[in-house]
Write a protein that binds this ligand. Structure first.
Ligand code: SF4
Ligand code: SF4
Length: 179
């Protein structure tokens, strides 16, 4: 996605890629995309990025540009707002396709954004994605708000372990910026 007019070489096309992706939960309708561009037109991130285009992501997968799309850090700037899903006339779950690609990307490149690693670490430690400071908990009490729900970080850690996510977190490198 980062280069607007990159030549596509036949040898970089993986014809099986679209089938591989379409078997994964959330990405089943990828092949229904007929490239209308509604997702890109309505995507709030595309409005501010020169390169990020959900329509293009769907096309790259359909074409089989596996290495290129899985190595593209722009995958990580989707906010998962689901506007594309709401507006797609073909019912393609574009944001879920992107989630599937992100998961594959981490395995393919051994890279994930630093912020994701930090948030996953918080979840494992506290059961919350954000570490909630004591001062905020006190302020809630002073304001008469109910206590925060009890979390079960041990169970979160168990799920992470069983799914292989802990290992992935330990072994992956991070990056901070998408350029
Ligand atoms: S809105 Fe749906 S059909 Fe149109 S380009 Fe996006 S994914 Fe494809
Ligand atoms: S979910 Fe991602 S791709 Fe879809 S509209 Fe929101 S930011 Fe754009």
């Amino acid at each position: 996605m980062s280069q607007t007019s990159q030549v596509i070489k036949a040898e970089e096309l993986d014809p099986k890629f679209k089938y591989e992706i379409s078997k994964i939960h959330g990405a089943e309708k990828l092949m229904l995309c007929f490239q209308c561009g509604t997702c890109t037109a309505d995507c709030p991130v595309s409005r501010y990025s020169e390169f990020y285009r959900p329509r293009k992501i769907a096309r790259m997968v359909q074409l089989g540009l596996k290495d290129r799309i899985l190595s593209d850090k722009h995958l990580w700037i989707c906010t998962t707002c689901y506007t594309c899903i709401d507006h797609c006339p073909q019912d393609v779950d574009v944001a879920h396709v992107i989630r599937v690609l992100r998961n594959m990307s981490v395995k393919h490149t051994n890279l994930m954004p630093l912020v994701y690693k930090e948030l996953a670490g918080n979840l494992m430690k506290s059961g919350f994605v954000y570490m909630i400071p004591e001062s905020r908990i006190r302020r809630r009490e002073q304001a008469g708000l109910p206590p925060l729900p009890k979390t079960k970080p041990d169970e979160v850690a168990k799920v992470f372990e069983l799914t292989g996510f802990t290992k992935l977190l330990e072994n992956s490198e991070t990056f901070e910026k998408v350029e």
